[in-house]
Design a protein around this ligand. Structure first.
Ligand SMILES: NC(=O)C[C@H](N)C(=O)O
Length: 320
């Protein structure tokens, strides 16, 4: 049933105290993006709106709330892709802007390139009138502290590159059957300056093609890139697998070949969808028809009516 929107706020191990905040944020974002689809808006508008809200929410590792690189700076990656035309745009290692996915969309719409990086991406943002924000406005106390802990004698900065991976992403099918994806992230804690992650690389950190579907992943970027996870999932769907089967097969392959953990949200053009992960947790939410689905641990699929956010949720172990 069309339209559909599915979002994620990252995979990994989410501290118990923060779980409700993580879950609430993806539900708010999915409602806002889905409202656009219900009014006849495009899949592209819906995914960018959902991701923008998640970037602005300091809970997630994207926009405000991004993790810090080895020098204590925020460098963000993002991409968008439109399944109608295969048009896509990305930015990598971009600094001092609030909404990297919107800048990725401008790369798609206003340049002949698919990815701009670092200082070039910042110059392009300025030329497009995107306001520069102070780096401090993107940094939360939580990540500032984590970064400082890594400077302590005896700390192992490489070890702390693992941990919660709160990248954000969204996939949608609009009422005309067009699919789109958007992904945005601060990357991984203590990454080397200039490190480009999957979230800036089309085919890895996202893909959308009206003939097959759309994917947005989260997780170990190097492993995601090694298996080109998003395109791999769509390849399995082209071979006749459902969104769920294709996701599980590709995630298992990523583990086998690259010891990669992560998760994905996926849609197909008929309105089938999946939120799957091989890490301990992934925070996700989906909207379709009158229902909002959401979950955090494996096997969870809580359902609420979209109309009434306060009504009691029911748990249903049907897996998507
Ligand atoms: N948080 C994440 O999902 C990390 C992201 N995939 C990256 O490697 O940059």
């Amino acid at each position: 049933m069309l339209p559909v929107l599915v979002v994620h706020g990252g995979a990994g191990t989410i501290q118990k105290e923060l779980a409700e905040m993580y879950s609430e944020g993806v539900r708010v974002a999915v409602r806002a993006g889905f409202a656009i689809l219900q009014e006849g808006g495009s899949a592209m508008d819906a995914v960018v709106e959902a991701v923008t809200l998640l970037e602005n929410n300091p809970v997630y590792n994207a926009g405000c709330g991004s993790v810090l690189n080895e020098h204590g700076n925020v460098e963000m990656d993002a991409l968008v892709m439109d399944g109608r035309t295969l048009a896509n745009g990305a930015v990598s290692a971009v600094r001092r802007i609030a909404n990297a996915a919107q800048l990725a969309r401008l790369v798609m719409e206003k340049t002949r390139h698919v990815c701009l990086t670092g200082e070039g991406a910042s110059k392009f943002a300025r030329a497009m009138g995107v306001p520069e924000v102070p780096e401090e406005s993107l940094i939360t106390d939580r990540y500032r502290k984590r970064w400082e802990e890594n400077l302590a004698p005896g700390a192992n900065p490489v070890e702390s590159q693992t941990g919660p991976k709160g990248t954000v992403g969204a996939v949608a099918v609009d009422s005309e059957g067009n699919v789109a994806c958007a992904t945005s992230t601060g990357g991984i804690q203590n990454k080397m300056e200039g490190r480009v992650g999957d979230s800036a690389c089309v085919g890895s950190g996202g893909y959308a093609d009206n003939r097959v579907g759309a994917v947005s992943p989260t997780g170990d970027g190097e492993a995601i890139m090694t298996v080109t996870l998003s395109r791999l999932i769509l390849f399995h769907m082209e071979q006749g697998k459902s969104a769920q089967e294709a996701s599980d097969e590709a995630l298992a392959y990523m583990w086998e070949k690259a010891q990669g953990l992560g998760g994905v949200v996926v849609v197909d053009p008929r309105g089938g969808w999946a939120a799957r992960f091989n890490d301990t947790q992934m925070v996700w939410a989906a909207a379709q028809g009158q229902q909002l689905h959401y979950g955090l641990y494996r096997g969870e699929d809580f359902i609420q009516p979209l109309q009434d956010p306060d009504s009691a949720s029911t748990q249903d172990h049907h897996q998507h």
